[in-house]
Design a protein around this ligand. Structure first.
Ligand code: ATP
Length: 327
């Protein structure tokens, strides 16, 4: 069956992540290497519905390995959430003679891929493209390492000013309801703590944490906060401290979209290249409805249903490392 795939479509969907271009390049070249045609679908599922599609050759993906963002653009499509929208998308695939899809995106994009694949019996392979690292079955997602490095460099700069003024800084980072970005960037930047949705932080725990940091005569305190309705974000943390500990000079820095940009790190480039090649290999092996994951440095095929299950646990070991090193 895999051998009957003559033409694949490739799209990026949801939030952009550094390394998506690397994945587009790898999928395109691996497909052409294996005798397949490749069609680039612009603006995610939106482009699949409207037919915003272009044939890709090997040189269509030249000189993009170092570029952040996605040359295919990305979008959120409400229409694709409806059966009518997906029907139109399927009709586009028939018209364009696209036999299989490679979808690069986060949990929403892979949820959509799972529904679409089952509805129309289409071979679809997903690549985890999101800075949030919130997918199951893979140690890391494409873009995560670059975002971590960007955050670390930003926090290093914030630390300079925080120390000069003896301030307490709450730095808010992305991650939706997943605390990996906040926790690992806290470790990498030597922050005092990470406030993450997986651990419910009581008000007095927060106060204790801040007092401890200051009591140990630290020049400044940096606390990384994962954006999330559960944590309430950095603004809410700062409000709490202002009300309860008005003696502290509190500041908030919300890093925002700069976390999504930039040239992908070597680690992300290697990851996205390996995963892109693996996506085509998976299609050749007649795999479908799977996301390419990486576990203990080995490529793995993760059924969509498992990949998108929202039960990823935070590592106790990482929490302990942060706790020990912040004394
Ligand atoms: P990120 O994690 O970076 O935000 P994401 O892939 O999770 O990326 P979403 O906005 O959640 O981003 O999803 C991207 C697109 O996937 C949606 O705009 C929609 O077109 C499609 N999608 C998401 N959930 C569904 C669903 N339940 N049914 C059909 N399509 C869906």
């Amino acid at each position: 069956m895999g051998a009957s795939i003559k033409c694949i479509g490739i799209l990026t969907s949801g939030g952009d992540a550094p390394g998506m271009n690397v994945a587009i390049r790898a999928v395109t070249r691996a497909a052409i290497f294996n005798g397949m045609r490749v069609k680039g679908i612009y603006k995610g599922y939106k482009g699949l519905i409207t037919g915003d599609i272009e044939e890709f050759k090997t040189n269509s993906v030249s000189n993009i390995i170092q570029r952040g963002g996605t040359i295919l653009k990305t979008a959120r499509s409400d229409e694709f959430r409806t059966p009518e929208g997906r029907k139109t998308a399927y009709e586009t695939m028939l018209r364009e003679e696209i036999d299989a899809l490679v979808v690069i995106g986060g949990d929403g994009s892979l949820t959509g891929a799972n529904i679409f694949a089952r509805e129309y019996n289409i071979p679809i392979v997903g690549l985890p493209g999101t800075i949030d690292n919130d997918l199951n079955g893979t140690d890391v997602t494409i873009g995560y390492d670059t975002a971590l490095n960007t955050i670390m460099q930003s926090v290093d700069k914030i630390r300079d000013t925080a120390t000069s003024h003896e301030r307490l800084f709450f730095v808010e980072v992305m991650g939706r309801n997943c605390g990996y970005l906040a926790l690992n960037s806290a470790i990498a930047s030597g922050a005092e703590a990470a406030i993450i949705p997986e651990i419910s932080m009581e008000k007095d725990q927060l106060g204790e944490l801040i007092e401890q940091g200051f009591r140990k005569s630290k020049n400044s305190s940096l606390v990384l906060v994962a954006e999330s309705e559960i944590t309430g974000g950095a603004m809410k943390m700062a409000e709490r401290v202002k009300n309860e500990y008005p003696q502290y000079d509190v500041r908030v820095s919300i890093l925002g979209h700069l976390q999504r940009g930039g040239s992908p790190t070597a680690q992300d480039r290697i990851l996205a290249s390996r995963m892109g090649v693996a996506a085509i290999q998976a299609l050749l092996e007649d795999q479908r409805n799977v996301m390419i994951g990486i576990r203990e440095n080995e490529i793995d095929y993760v059924p969509f249903q498992r990949a998108i299950k929202k039960d990823r646990e935070i590592s106790d070991e990482l929490l302990e490392v942060l706790r020990i090193l912040s004394i």
